[in-house]
Design a protein around this ligand. Structure first.
Ligand code: GDP
Length: 360
C-alpha cells in the first residue's frame, strides 16, 4: 500500500513522514523543503504479531509495511503548475490513498502560509487544486470519448454522458469519491486524484490530543461530509516518541491520556479505507504479518506469500491469533481443536494465522 502525504507547506507533513519512516527528510520552517517527493517505508505496529512471535519463539519478526510519499509543493495555483505543483500531482496519482495533513496546532514560531490557523480554509485550498487537476483530466477524456462516441457505440455514448455529469459534480466542488455512478466512468475514476480514499490528519497540539478541539472538530466534519476518514495526532509528538522504547512511549502516551500512538490510528484508518486486513504466518523461523484485501480467499492469500503456494494450493490450516497464543504453540492449538482445515475458497479473516499446504 502506498500512501501520499499532502497538505499546505508548514502543516507538519515532513515531521509526520519523518516520524513514520525515520527516513531523514528535512523538517524545516520554510515552504518547499522537499523538492523531490520523499519515499519511505514504515513498519506497521501490531501487538498480535509480537504475541505470536513470542509463543512461537520465532527467530525473526516481519511486520507488514506501508509505503509513504511525502508530496510537498502543493500550494494555491498548483494545478496551473505554480509552486512546483504539477509534477507533484503526478506523484499523487500513483498512490493508493491520500493522507491530507491539516494544521491544527497554534505555535506562533511556525509561520502559516496564509493568514493563520484555519483548517476549513486550508482544506479547501488543497482540495480546490486537486479538483482543478481532476477537472482537466475529465475534460480531456470527454473530448476523446465524445469524438469516439460519434460512431454511435452505446457504451461510449453512455460514458460520454456520465463524464459530463462527473464534470458537473467536480465543478460544484465535490470530490470524485462521492460521485454516485461507478460503472460507465470506472476508467476515468481510476485516474482521478479525488477518487482516491482519503484520510484527513488533524495535526493538533499535544494537549488537544485526547479530547480534540474546535480545529480538529472542523476537520472531522469535512471528512464525514466527504466520505473520508479523519484521525487526530500530533506530528511533533509522534516524532518524539519514535525514538523511545515501546514501554516508554506507552507511558508517555498514557500521561497525555491517549491509548495508542497516532501512527497506529493512522494505519488502522488507512486499512479500513482501503478495505485491507491482516493475516499471519507463524513459526520458529519467522512470524510475519501479511496484508490482503477484505474478501480474499485462502488461495489468494497463499499467493501473497509465494506464487508456488497459490498454484499448488491444497489446503490451509487456520487458527485465530489469540487462540494460538493462548494455546502456546501451533501443535497445542491443533490438539485443542483450535486449528481448522480450510479449502481454497475459504474467506480469510483479519487476525487469522495460516499454515498453507501445497504441492511444490
Ligand atoms: P511541511 O512543510 O508540511 O512538511 O511541515 P514540516 O513538517 O516541515 O513542519 C513545519 C514546522 O512546523 C517545523 O518547524 C515543525 O517542527 C513544526 N511542526 C510540525 N508539526 C508540529 C506540531 O504538531 N506541533 C508544533 N508545535 N509544531 C509542529
Amino acid at each position: 500500500m502506498k500512501v501520499g502525504i499532502v497538505g499546505l507547506p508548514n502543516v507538519g507533513k515532513s515531521t509526520l513522514f519523518n516520524s513514520l519512516t525515520r527516513a531523514g527528510a528535512e523538517a524545516q520552517n520554510y515552504p518547499f523543503t522537499t523538492i523531490e517527493p520523499n519515499l519511505g517505508v514504515a513498519a506497521v505496529p501490531d501487538d498480535r504479531l509480537d504475541a505470536l512471535a513470542g509463543v512461537m519463539r520465532s527467530r525473526r519478526k516481519v511486520p507488514a509495511t506501508v509505503d509513504f510519499v511525502d508530496i510537498a509543493g502543493l500550494v494555491r495555483g498548483a494545478s496551473r503548475g505554480e509552486g512546483l505543483g504539477n509534477q507533484f500531482l503526478g506523484h499523487i496519482r500513483e498512490c493508493d490513498a491520500i493522507a491530507h495533513v491539516v494544521r491544527c496546532f497554534a505555535d506562533e514560531n511556525v509561520s502559516h502560509v496564509h493568514a493563520g490557523v484555519d483548517p476549513g480554509d486550508d482544506i479547501e485550498t488543497i482540495n480546490t487544486e486537486l479538483l482543478l487537476a481532476d477537472l482537466a483530466t475529465v475534460e480531456r477524456r470527454i473530448e476523446r470519448v465524445s469524438r469516439a462516441a460519434k460512431s454511435g457505440e452505446k457504451s461510449l455514448v453512455e460514458e460520454a454522458a456520465a463524464l459530463e455529469r462527473l464534470r458537473e459534480h467536480l465543478s460544484e466542488g465535490n470530490p470524485a469519491r462521492t460521485f454516485p455512478e461507478r460503472e460507465p466512468v470506472e476508467e476515468a475514476l481510476r485516474t482521478l486524484i479525488t477518487a482516491k480514499p482519503t484520510l484527513y490528519v488533524a495535526n493538533v497540539d499535544e494537549d488537544s490530543l485526547a479530547e480534540g478541539d474546535a480545529y480538529s472538530a472542523e476537520v472531522e466534519k469535512v471528512a464525514a461530509r466527504e466520505g473520508a476518514e479523519a484521525v487526530r495526532l500530533s506530528a511533533k509528538l509522534e516524532d518524539e516518541i519514535a525514538g523511545l522504547s515501546p514501554e516508554e512511549a506507552g507511558e508517555y502516551l498514557a500521561m497525555l491520556g491517549v491509548g495508542s500512538s497516532g501512527f497506529e490510528e493512522f494505519v488502522r484508518a488507512a486499512y479500513r479505507l482501503l478495505g485491507l486486513i491482516t493475516f499471519f504466518t507463524a513459526g520458529e523461523k519467522e512470524s510475519r504479518a501479511w496484508t490482503v484485501r477484505e474478501g480474499a480467499t485462502a488461495r489468494e492469500a497463499a499467493g501473497r506469500i509465494h506464487s508456488d503456494m497459490e498454484k499448488g494450493f491444497i489446503a490451509a490450516e487456520v487458527g485465530r491469533w489469540d487462540e494460538v497464543v493462548e494455546a502456546g504453540s501451533w501443535a497445542k492449538a491443533r490438539e485443542e481443536a483450535k486449528v481448522r482445515l480450510e479449502g481454497r475458497d475459504y474467506v480469510v479473516r483479519d487476525g487469522d494465522v495460516m499454515l498453507v499446504r501445497f504441492n511444490a
